[in-house]
Each structure stands twice: as C-alpha cells, then as structure tokens.
Design a protein around this ligand. Structure first.
Ligand code: NDP
Length: 293
C-alpha cells in the first residue's frame, strides 16, 4: 500500500478489467495497471491510473492484485515470466475457467509464495462497481475477509463459497451453462420467428414472459429432485417427448437449423428408452448425471 491510501493492481484490461480499474479509481484507490496491449490502459491513465512498465512492477506495486484475463492459460503466459515477483501477493483471479484449472493455479501460486482467491463475476462490464452486482469467491476465508472492502468495490455483493479454490469457478460455470443454453434457445426462437416473418421485437414480450415463468419451475422441481421424486403427477416424460418433437418438426418445417431442438429430442428419447415414459421429465436429471456411454 502506498501511504495511507488504499491501492490495488489490475492486470488484464479487457472490458472487465477496464471497468474494475475504473471502479477502483472512482473510489479513490491508487490503481496500478498492466496489460499485454499497453494502449488499452490509455483511458485509465488519463483518469489517474499508473501503467506499470512490466508485469514485475505491476506485481511489486501492491499486495492486492486483480487478474482479469481471458482464461488461466493467459494468466500463466502473463505471470510465468515474472514469477519471482509473486511472493507475498494476493492474486484475486477473476479470469473464468474450469474448477480444476482454478485449483491447479492456486497450488501454482502457493508454490511461488502467493495466495489465490478465485472469483466468478456474474455480471457484464456495465455491472462492475454496482451495489447489487455479485461475485462468487473461494479460497482462504481470512484472506477474503481481510480484502473484502476492496472486493466490494468490484461488485457490492460478495459470496464466499468455501476454502476450495475450485468452488467459485464451479458456481460461475453453473451460471454459464444456464446462460449460454438459455441464450441459444432465445436465438432459436428468433430464428423460427424470422422464418415466419416475425422480428425479434415482435416476439420479445412473449419471450420475456416465457423466461419469467422459469423460476417457478426451478423451485417446484428443486425440492422434488433433491428428494429423488420424479413422479409423473403434473407432467409425464411421454407428454414432453411429443412436445419436443413438435418443436423439432416446427423448426424443420421452417427450414432453420435444428441442432438445438434435435439435441433436446435426443435426451428425451434416451429417457423414454430407459423406461421413464410415465415419470416426470425431471427424471432426465438422473440420466444426465452420467456421461453418455
Ligand atoms: P477479454 O478476453 O476481452 O480480455 C481479457 C484480457 O486478457 C485482455 O486484457 C487480454 O490482453 C488478456 N489476454 C488474453 N490472452 C492473453 C495472453 N496470452 N497473454 C496476456 N494477456 C492475455 O475478457 P473480458 O475483459 O471480457 O473478461 C475477462 C474475464 O472475465 C474472462 O475470463 C471472462 O470470461 C470473464 N467475464 C467476462 C464477462 C463479460 O461480460 N465480458 C462477464 C463475466 C466474466 P490484450 O488486451 O493484450 O488482448
């Protein structure tokens, strides 16, 4: 820390890192930045950030180092050459990757005298610095507690999931599997609408209402799934099978890509073949727990 002022280093100035460095500047922190492409620091330097001449300088400038890189491979590419400067650093790694890679990186950091806090930011750049935005963290609890005020500059809400460095990455990936597949389902709906002369704007209210209905289904099925109850009292897999085939055929008839609806049909068919026609379609969770043989 320089003087009594709070200070932080941000390495990686993509849209996320830029927003984070900007949020720290807004709160009066002394901010040191480094990025492979130095010009991406220009706007931050104009606002008072210090551009370190190299990664070593960026690391030694502050105990608290925020990493916002594309993935963990980018982290190794960035930090390996400066590994001697890692001792004593707290690496808040907000780069997304797999839980396994987060665990391996925590060991790698520890071997070099640094501590990694893994983070999973759940908002886009526009959400950085906002009180209602949230980030998952995992790693040493006392390190998290000690640096919590700084972490709350990045997002107002912080959720420490445990000591295992993979947990924050896991929570992030749980959100992302839902995000990407949900957004693809939206693209599919727009594609089908377009083939029938409707615009994205035309179907927007219907799309929003459909998405808003999902949380009710999540809650209803969560209890039953945790209890292992897949009774077909309100829905039957056989009904779902017919429905997802209608979806596939409607898309095929429209001449649009059917990769996504065909994959859904495939999963339902496997459930039917396994003898679950009379069970709830939540029984597919049991099927999906195992990789396909
Ligand atoms: P970008 O991929 O746009 O930028 C990340 C940074 O990584 C850039 O500064 C880039 O440097 C650097 N980088 C990539 N590869 C290397 C390398 N081999 N060596 C050195 N530096 C490298 O990512 P974002 O800023 O959008 O996101 C950062 C992280 O946050 C990602 O892991 C992303 O998944 C995650 N995230 C992103 C969200 C979003 O909405 N954007 C939302 C939530 C999480 P250079 O400028 O030189 O290319």
């Amino acid at each position: 820390m320089s003087g009594t002022k709070q200070s932080v280093t941000v390495i990686g100035l993509g849209p996320m890192g830029q927003a984070m460095a900007g949020a720290f500047l807004d709160r009066g922190y002394d901010v040191t930045v480094w990025n492979r492409t130095a010009s991406r620091a220009d706007a931050l330097v104009a606002r008072g950030a210090v551009l370190a001449p190299n990664v070593e300088e960026a690391l030694v400038s502050n105990e608290l180092v925020i990493l916002s890189l594309t993935d963990y491979d980018a982290m190794y590419a960035t930090l390996e050459p400066a590994a001697a400067a890692l001792a004593g650093r707290i690496l808040v790694n907000l780069s997304s990757d797999t839980p396994e890679k987060a665990r391996a990186a925590a060991c790698w950091a520890a071997e070099r005298g640094a501590v990694q806090l893994t983070g999973g930011v759940t908002v886009p750049p526009s959400g950085i610095g906002q009180a209602e935005s949230a980030t998952f963290y995992s790693g040493p609890r006392e390190v998290f507690d000690q640096h919590r005020p700084a972490l709350e500059v990045i997002t107002g809400r912080t959720d420490h999931r445990g000591e295992d460095p993979g947990l924050a990455a896991l929570m992030y990936q749980i959100g992302m599997v839902m995000f990407w597949t949900s957004m693809l389902s939206y693209w599919q709906a727009i594609t089908l609408a377009d083939a029938n002369g409707l615009t994205a704007a035309d179907i927007l209210p219907h799309a929003v209402e459909t998405a808003n209905s999902l949380p009710g289904f999540f809650s209803f099925y969560a209890e039953r799934i945790d209890a292992g109850r897949h009774i077909g009292d309100v829905d039957r897999l056989a009904m779902g099978m017919a429905s997802v085939e209608h979806v596939l055929h409607t898309n095929a008839d429209a001449g649009v890509d059917t990769t996504l609806p065909a994959a859904v049909v495939e999963l339902f068919r496997r459930g039917m073949d396994a003898g679950h026609a009379a069970d709830s379609f939540s029984t597919l969770v049991e099927l999906m727990k195992k990789a396909e043989a």
